[in-house]
Structure formats: C-alpha cells, structure tokens
Design a protein. Structure first.
Length: 541
C-alpha cells in the first residue's frame, strides 16, 4: 500500500512544484476546460496542449513562474526544448538561463499536433481563441501548484502574444484571477501579419493547379490554409479567388480570408488588452522607416528545368507602390515537342491602396525565406537559391505596437508623437531584424522589466521636468526639459553600480550628450540646483 501512495505522489501534478535547482519536469499534457467553436466547425471543441517546467537554478521551488507561450507552428516542428532554445541570444547566452539564475521558473507551453477522433488537429495553427483557453487552464493549474504569492510573467512571441493577450483579458472579463503582473508581447501581430500575396498565389497554384506539386501541399494547407493563418494574414489569397480556388475575381486590394480575418480582428479589438498587468512590447521591426527590400521589387525571375521535356518560368514581385496595380505572380509552363511550347499559363496581380504602398517591403519583423529550404526538396532548394531578397516584412512595426491611429504600414512610430501604443513601454530597433530574434538590446530591456519592476524604462521619479527623446539609444542621449536649468549634475551607472559617465552642465530645452557605451542596461540620474531629481533606465544598443 505504501508503494501505491508513493506512485500516486510521484505522478501527481503536485510533484511538479519542487525539483533540484536547475531541474526539469516531464512534458505534461493539458486540455482546456472552455470549448471553442470555430467558423468552419459544427460544434465547440476543447483544445489540447502540453507544458514543461524548467525550474530555477536557486532553490528548485516553483514560486516565480514565467510562462513562455509558443507561436505559429502549423506542423509542430518545434519541440518544447527547441522553444527554450529560442531564448538564445548573443554569443552563447540564453534569456531563460539568466532568469532561472535569478530564481524564476520557466513554464513552456506548446500546442502539439493531436487527434480529435479521426481528425488530425495542428494545434500550432489552430484557432487562436482555442489555444488561449488552453493557456487559461495552464495559468489556473500553475497558480494552484506554485508556492508563495509571487505574480506571474507571461511572454508571448509572435502568435503567442495574441494567445496570451486573449487569455489574460478573457480571465479578467470572467473574474478569473490570472495572478499575472507582466505581459510581454514579442513581435506579435496585433493588427495582422503578412505573407506576400505573390507567394501565396504561386504556392496555391503549384499545389492545387495544373502543376499539382504534392510537396507544396503542407505549405499551402498548413501555413496558409490553417485557421490561425486565416485569422492573422492581412491579405490572403482566399479573399481574391473564385469558388474553384485558383482564378482571381473581384478586387485586388488587400483583403483577409473571408469569415476569418475581419471577425477575429474585430473580436480582438473589442477585447482590448489586459488591465491588471503591466503590458510591454518588443518589436523586430524598424521604428525609423527602414524598408525590407524595395517597393514592388522583383523577388524571383527564374527558369526551372523540371525534367528533360518540361520547364517553367516563374516571376514573383513584391506588392506595388500606392494607388498602383501590378503583376505579382507569373507562371509559364513549357513542354518540349522538338521546340519548347508554352502549355500552362497562370498570373495574378495586386493593387495597393490609394495612399499606402504595398505591404511586403514595409518596416517590420522579417520572415526568413531561406527557412523554407530544409534540404528535403531539390525544387525548393533551387527556388530559394534564386531569390533576390532573403526577407519579407512579416510583422509590420505598426502591428507589433498595436497602433491603430494609422493604416499606413510605413509610418514612423519612433519619430511621430501622434501615435499612441496601448503598451506601457516598448522596445523598437532602428533597423529591421529577423522575426522574434533576441539580441543584447531587447534582452536587456526585457530582463529589466522582469527582474526590476519597481523602476522600468521610461519610469520617472519625483519630477516631470525631464524626459528622454528616445530610449533605447545608441551614441547620444537627448534630454528634453520643460525649461532651462543653469546647473545640472548628470550620472550614468551600469548594472553593477559603476559610474560610467559623469558631467556637470547647463540643460536647455533640448540637450544632447554624446555617449560611447557598450550595449546594455544603465541608469541615468539628473540632479539640478533646484533639487529636481530624475532617474530612468536606458537601453544602449
């Protein structure tokens, strides 16, 4: 009987609350309690997820949870351990390891592929709402297991940021205590995501049209045809094709998947953001208007010799400039009958709005086109090798910041004060970066928010006389003041407390100080002859 009690304890969820420091739990399945019915479903269904706890390196007690929520992963290609690896940055550093050294526990949530009766469900591309309800249940479970009263941190990269936002706000609206103090959105598409419509047309035609290339079916069905993709993509080929699913019909202006995109965005907007948390956003998209490639650029123009008697010329362009219509996809298949004769033709066009350039080249977190090539298909390898640009705009900067005052994806959030983001603090790089890429700058910003909530970036103490023109910064500190001060003492210290900059000077309404500091996190303090005191944290890139 003693052995039975031991086994019950060993496999009980309560066994998860304590391990040796640095230990890991097993992967544990979890089902949502709340069911969700999607547009194309006849009844509500619960979702299935799985999670793993990476215990802290201090005491091994589950008492300071940080939830790391997976993003779009249509074929469950990322294992939980690989998700943890996404926290790598720099030269061998890992954000997860760093916070575990500070006593935090990482709870990684994955949405795997699973069976619902005889139907295969790709959890990583399922309805965002259903996955959000899995997170709701996981929050409830971990809150019931953890020791102490430390509130949670929830990090959502990419689509995981939408899942997290939805779950936390849903819990607040339904009087469910999420016990969360900090929500971190990491390059998440709060106003939608982008896959070039020219690529969408091409892949759909090659998989479902005359070429009938079966290798592309998972790409079309999983990447483009999944519920989550149809909910997020700002422009979707299904909004432009006839009932046969191939030929263009109606307007060529950007339009989302019918019955999915607009309905989801409207629901998300009405839901809003969690109110009982501090909400911050990290984007990988430029805040200075840096383009991804060029507007309307030729992405591919290549002759593919598919066999001794067949070949195809494929042309793909980025979407065109404002108020312009242009061809974005052209496919010409030829057969050899003594001479090469065209036998298959397919083309598609795109039109940009009256005052907005095409979305593909806008500032944003970048999708790496080279990632399509996993070495399993010679055709895809040849396709990738002949691209003229490695990246396209995947998560527009405006979308990552949830800015709703403009429809122009090329606007400049770093230099325009008329835009209001709902986030309490943001990190916006000057140049575009690969989607959900961690680096020294955004990790310093994120780590500070997690570990030092009492004094976060852009928090002011004792006076509103000063503010910074920009933060993060690079080679200069620009101080804005509501009036001039004849004397001020300025100091910058690093995270060890070492003074790295000290200067006495007059401060005008706008004062610029050249800096030469290594990348990282610092504290700026200003004391004036009128005892005004200002302190804030800065991130140097």
């Amino acid at each position: 009987m003693k052995h039975l009690y031991f086994l019950f304890f060993l496999f009980s969820p309560f066994f998860l609350i304590s391990q040796t420091p640095g230990g890991e739990s097993s992967i544990t399945p979890i089902n949502s309690v709340i069911a969700y019915q999607g547009f194309d479903e006849t009844m509500p269904y619960v979702g299935t997820g799985e999670y793993k706890i990476y215990y802290d390196n201090v005491d091994g007690v589950l008492d300071k949870p940080i939830f790391f929520v997976d993003g779009f992963d249509p074929n469950d290609s990322r294992t939980i351990n690989q998700m943890y690896g996404l926290l790598n940055f720099g030269a061998g550093d890992n954000l997860g390891d760093q916070v575990r050294n500070e006593g935090y526990d990482i709870v990684v949530l994955n949405f795997p592929t699973y069976m619902r009766g005889a139907e295969t469900i790709n959890g990583g591309a399922d309805y965002i709402q259903r996955n959000a309800f899995i997170l709701v249940e996981l929050l409830n479970v971990i809150n019931g297991l953890k020791t102490g009263s430390e509130e949670n941190v929830v990090i959502g990269p990419s689509m995981g940021g939408l899942i997290s936002r939805y779950a936390l706000r849903y819990m607040e609206d339904n009087s469910l205590d999420h016990q969360t103090r900090l929500y971190i959105s990491f390059d998440s598409p709060h106003r939608g995501a982008n896959v070039p419509i020219g690529l969408q047309y091409l892949f759909n035609y090659m998989a479902n049209g005359a070429p009938g290339i079966s290798e592309l079916e998972p790409l079309v069905d999983g990447l483009l045809g999944s519920p989550a993709a149809k909910q997020m993509l700002i422009d979707h080929y299904l909004g432009h094709v006839d009932s046969g699913g191939l030929n263009q019909t109606g307007s060529n202006l950007p339009i989302g998947a019918p019955n999915y995109r607009d309905a989801f965005q409207s629901e998300l907007d009405a839901l809003g953001f969690p109110e009982d948390t501090r909400n911050i956003a990290v984007t990988n998209g430029s805040g200075q208007g840096t383009l991804t490639g060029t507007i309307g650029m030729e992405l591919l123009n290549h002759l593919f010799n598919t066999s001794a008697t067949t070949r195809a010329t494929i042309l793909i362009n980025f979407t065109p400039a404002e108020n312009t219509s242009a061809q974005v996809t052209d496919f010409v298949g030829e057969a050899f009958f003594g001479i090469w004769i065209p036998v298959i033709f397919y083309s598609a066009s795109s039109q940009s709005p009256l005052t907005i350039d095409g979305l593909d080249s806008a500032p944003g977190g970048q999708f790496d086109l080279y990632s399509f090539d996993d070495g399993s298909s010679a055709l895809i390898t040849e396709f990738v090798n002949n691209l003229t640009n490695q990246y396209f705009n995947f998560i527009p900067t405006i979308s990552g910041l949830a800015i709703s005052e403009t429809d122009d994806w090329y606007d400049l959030p770093n230099v325009s004060s008329r835009f209001n983001t709902p986030f309490d603090a943001t990190y916006i790089p000057n140049t575009n970066e690969p989607h959900v890429e961690l680096n020294v700058g955004n990790v310093a910003f994120t780590l500070d928010e997690i570990v030092n909530p009492a004094l976060s970036v852009d928090t002011f103490l004792e006076t509103g006389n000063f503010r910074l023109a920009k933060n993060p910064l690079e080679d200069e500190l620009i101080i804005l003041s509501n009036r001039s001060f004849s004397y001020a003492q300025l100091r910058i210290v690093d995270i060890t407390g070492k003074v790295v900059f000290a200067k006495e000077r007059q401060l005008d309404l706008r004062s610029t100080l050249p800096l030469s500091l290594t990348s990282g996190l610092y504290v700026v303090s200003i004391e004036t002859n009128e005892t005004s005191i200002f302190r804030t944290k800065i991130v140097v890139r």
